[in-house]
Design a protein around this ligand. Structure first.
Ligand code: HMG
Length: 453
């Protein structure tokens, strides 16, 4: 049987699934039934989900969790998080609880500019193009007025337009770089529509420039597209308190020793790229989970964040820490282009509820919430790393996954959770415990004695 197909996209959803299971699975009927069991019962709601993507055959579930007790700028939030990794929500919640009694998190939006570019080739005298560029800018804006009208009414639109001459790097290559304000929307469709209109205006404009030589009357537009790198769509979030108020930590680490170790851990992530990548991954544990929960584009956010982390030419920590005059300060600057209208924000039923849970924030408030969750996550991870080590907390949360993986029943899970309260969890230690428990030789809780009672 052939494993390739023409016209797959034209098949019905059931037809796609049937073709797939018959070609790629050993037990087609069962797999078909299983994948269909994840379809929503409400057909209308299922159609909305299917509309988000293409060639859909089922739904892929991820846990939807909540991190309560986040005090940000004196307002308390319960933050929705969608993530598959254990201990992330617990860590964020625990950092939120820690800072709740130390003044909470503070956050401010520094700027909200989005970026788009028209990339084009033009073989002419660069001075001539620069001379007429102000006229071209007027034409481009006039031609795009129909597209920008509503955004302008909302207080946004085109902020500025620049001509960038890249011919020193690549023969004939220029760029029109545009800054936008897109208010509460992420703005991707708006920006791309404006840029495509600009590209048409550009071609028309050069074609009628009488003083241009014939070969200068033609432009080859390579592409018109937003940039996901938005270093000027930036938010800052921070926590601070006197070092003495940090309290004492596990393993007899006092506040001062903790603060110093913590700052050094951040410093290491500024020096070393291997550490910086993991450090920033920890930040994105929190960021992505809220971005996903609120129906925003986590690939765009990640791409932008990592580019920003290398904005001085060296990939570094996105967060910073200092101790000054006895005050511990830990902060994060993060570019975040997110929306609270448009896209999936209101279409995805749970994204809609997530935004409602947050009090239907505008885009700027959402930027502050998302960045703060990233900072909280980073704080919790570093606190563990410089005190107990990561495995203690992380593996405690991961225990249930290991037990499920080993096919433990509820009684065995209960016994294991009790047993591992004060012990280090690892795959091997859990396997050993289960073996002993099943054979009735486990030290603390013996299966045989439970069964007898
Ligand atoms: P703990 O001290 O054992 O927690 O910490 P606790 O039992 O004392 O509870 C304190 C609070 O923590 C709770 O307050 C919750 O807020 C939260 P309460 O609700 O009782 O009022 N909490 C939980 N929330 C939900 N479900 C739970 C739960 N348990 C505690 N089951 C904790 C345990 C996991 C919080 C701590 O060890 C921790 O923060 N660990 C860090 C875990 C982490 O960072 N995980 C991310 C995955 S590892 C990774 O990918 C990133 C990394 O590589 C990044 C890097 O290297 O920088 C580490």
């Amino acid at each position: 049987m052939s494993k390739s197909i023409s016209g797959f996209s034209k098949l019905s959803k059931r037809g796609k699934l049937r073709w797939l299971v018959e070609n790629f699975f050993k037990d087609p009927e069962n797999v078909m039934r299983e994948l269909m069991s994840y379809w929503l019962l409400n057909e209308e709601e299922q159609k909305i989900l299917d509309g988000f993507s293409e060639n859909t055959i089922s739904n892929f579930y991820l846990p939807f969790g909540v991190a309560p007790n986040f005090v940000i700028n004196d307002k308390t939030y319960a933050i929705p998080m969608v993530i598959e990794e254990s201990s992330v929500v617990a860590a964020a919640s625990s950092a939120a609880k820690f800072w709740m009694t130390r003044g909470g998190f503070k956050a401010k939006v520094i700027s909200t500019k989005k970026v788009g570019q028209v990339h084009f080739m033009w073989s002419g005298d660069a001075n001539k193009l620069e001379e007429v560029f102000s006229d071209l800018k007027i034409k481009m804006q006039e031609d795009a007025a129909g597209i920008t009208k509503n955004m302008v009414e909302r207080g946004g639109g085109i902020l500025d337009i620049q001509l960038i001459n890249y011919t020193g790097v690549e023969k004939d290559y220029y760029q029109i770089k545009v800054n936008f304000e897109t208010c509460d929307s992420m703005g991707a469709n708006f920006i791309n529509s404006v840029l495509e209109s600009f590209a048409v205006s550009l071609r028309e404009f050069v074609a009628v420039q009488d003083h241009f030589a014939d070969e200068e009357k033609e432009v080859t537009v390579i592409m018109s597209i937003l940039s996901n790198y938005t270093p000027e769509c930036l938010v800052r979030t921070w926590v601070e308190c006197p070092v003495s108020e940090l309290g004492d930590f596990t393993n007899d680490i006092d506040a001062e020793a903790f603060a110093k170790k913590f700052c050094m851990a951040v410093r290491i992530a500024h020096i070393d790229q291997y550490r910086a990548t993991t450090h920033n991954k920890g930040i994105f544990n929190g960021v992505d989970a809220v971005v996903l929960a609120t129906g925003n584009d986590f690939r765009a956010i990640e791409a932008c964040g990592h580019t920003y982390a290398a904005h001085d030419g060296h990939y570094r920590s996105l967060s910073h820490c200092k101790i000054e005059n006895g005050i511990f300060k830990f902060w994060l600057d993060l570019p975040l282009a997110v929306g609270t209208v448009g896209g999936l924000t209101k279409l995805h039923p749970i994204a809609k509820r997530s935004l409602e849970m947050l009090g239907n924030p505008n885009a700027e408030e959402l930027m502050m919430i998302i960045a703060t969750t990233g900072l909280a996550q980073n704080f919790a991870a570093l606190r563990s790393l410089v005190t107990t080590g990561i495995q203690q907390g992380h593996m405690k949360m991961h225990l249930v996954n290991i037990l499920n993986h080993m096919g433990a029943n509820q009684e065995e899970k209960d016994a294991a959770c009790k047993h591992f309260i004060d012990k280090v969890v690892s795959f091997n230690s859990v396997r050993l415990f289960l073996d002993e428990y099943r054979s009735g030789t486990s030290g603390n809780v013996k299966k045989k004695s439970i069964l007898k009672n």
